[in-house]
Design a protein around this ligand. Structure first.
Ligand code: FES
Length: 108
């Protein structure tokens, strides 16, 4: 069993509410999660910039480029890897869309 399978899947919002090119923040238990829709691909990350913990849902999503609103660090929204600077990464969470069209995130 993988680590993700031991986590709990929690429905957080309808896929229809997160349009392509959109990003939003949701709370799952005590975890603050950033959801992004990059050309129909959903990703979930900790909603916290690795630089100085700024909420990333206040940033900007342009294509697959996610830019923090505070000091403009840039991340690849599909992989979570830092682009500028490139020696950092976002913490990602497993995410799926269930049969009812709900985006579900797995958190510990
Ligand atoms: S807090 Fe995000 S770039 Fe500084």
């Amino acid at each position: 069993m993988t680590e993700a399978q031991q986590w709990v899947w929690t429905p957080v919002m309808e896929l229809d509410e997160l349009w392509e090119g959109d990003l939003t923040g949701v709370q799952v238990g005590t975890a603050k999660i950033l959801l992004v829709n990059v050309d129909g691909q959903i990703r979930a990350y900790e909603n916290r910039c690795p630089h100085q913990a700024w909420p990333l849902d206040q940033g900007d999503l342009d294509g697959r480029e996610l830019t923090c609103a505070n000091h403009h660090w840039v991340f690849d929204a599909l992989t979570g890897k830092g682009v500028n600077p490139d020696d950092c990464a976002l913490r990602s969470f497993p995410v799926k869309v269930d049969d009812d069209g709900m985006i579900c995130v797995a958190v510990p």
